[in-house]
Design a binder for this molecule. Structure first.
Ligand SMILES: [Zn+2]
Length: 341
């Protein structure tokens, strides 16, 4: 068996292969960064390997393995949402279908790994349905999505759904140390923030992200925070991630996650909990934020959490950030104008 933290999923595929019951379409569901794509790639490699040493294993030496490793195997297509788009566009789907309609070039099988199924639109999904229902013989479709409620029912019902669970803290910590993140205080924070997703833990280690977090928190906890200036600074941190929409959105999501975590910590202090003992700079930052009092912190935390549920959708980032900056800098709860006014 290949090395994977998802032993239950591996066993399921081994059982299917042993009994010759491998399906033609699977929908992998699990948090981003938990290892779904890695598993799909390893599965594809084992199925395209010319001398597999066992089930779900590949030799690493044959031309099949080499072509997979070089991303040039003619019978493996890996596709997803283009980095500059918010949706899985129809053009990408048409390309995939054209490829699937061709005979396997080297062996018996064609494998497609389709990422970002969360971002299918109706047009993309409709175009895919017939192939998903009756794929060409010997083809295997591996679809990757993050949460069950973001999948269209028409797609979900035509796939076998495979759940990838979050990993335990120890597995995330060992992934961090393998990635060279050895500072124990930072590693502990990242493990907490990543909630079982090693990929997310590694991506959150970026020092620029923590710098941006510090700046944003200093601004919101200053005496007279300026909403528009905060929005501008916030957007410039997001835009520093690169020109492409997907990168900016990912950065926005990471920054939001760190901010939510800080607000939670500040709320804990506002409710009488102790500030972090091991990090004086962090403690003073959170103490300042905590002085806003639990009511306002709760309101603002709600706004942050609400923004988090929208960040992957088709909402314009700049509008989301402006609304958040407003909510986080407002002096007190806005007084609603009376209807009679
Ligand atoms: Zn091989």
């Amino acid at each position: 068996m290949m090395t994977t933290p998802h032993a239950d999923v591996a066993e399921r595929f081994i059982a299917a292969l042993r009994t010759n019951r491998l399906g033609h379409a699977y929908l992998f569901i699990g948090p981003a960064g938990v290892g779904k794509k890695k598993f799909a790639m390893d599965l594809a490699r084992s199925l395209l390997c010319e001398h597999p040493p066992g089930e779900l294993r590949s030799c690493g030496n044959c031309s099949g393995c080499h072509l997979v490793d070089a991303n040039t195997h003619p019978d493996l297509v890996v596709t997803g949402k283009p980095a500059d788009k918010l949706e899985f566009v129809i053009e990408s789907m048409r390309k995939l279908l054209a490829d699937l309609s061709m005979m396997p070039a080297r062996g018996r099988r064609k494998i497609s790994i389709v990422d970002d199924v969360d971002d299918f639109n109706d047009e993309t999904a409709n175009c895919f349905l017939k192939t998903l229902e009756e794929p060409p013989p010997g083809s295997l479709l591996l679809l990757l999505g993050t949460s069950p409620d973001r999948q269209l029912a028409t797609i979900r019902s035509r796939c076998q759904v495979v759940y990838f669970r979050p990993l335990d803290d120890k597995a995330v910590a060992s992934k961090l140390s393998a990635a060279g993140i050895t500072d124990p205080a930072l590693a502990a924070k990242l493990v907490r923030l990543a909630a079982g997703s090693p990929g997310l833990a590694v991506s959150l280690a970026d020092p620029e992200l923590w710098q941006a977090r510090r700046q944003l928190l200093e601004t919101v906890s200053s005496d007279r925070p300026d909403g528009p200036a905060l929005a501008k600074a916030w957007m410039s941190h997001i835009e520093a991630a690169g020109k492409e929409a997907a990168h900016q959105r990912a950065r926005a999501g990471q920054l939001l996650r760190l901010t939510i975590d800080a607000y939670r910590a500040a709320l804990g202090i506002a409710l009488g909990g102790p500030p972090p003992a091991d990090d004086p700079a962090e403690a003073s930052l959170l103490n300042r934020l905590a002085r806003r009092g639990p009511d306002r912190l709760i309101d603002q935390l709600e706004r942050l959490l609400d923004a988090e549920t929208h960040i992957d959708r088709r909402v314009q980032l700049v509008l989301l950030v402006e609304a958040l900056a407003d909510a986080l800098t407002i002096e007190a709860a806005p007084v609603l104008r009376s209807v009679r006014e």
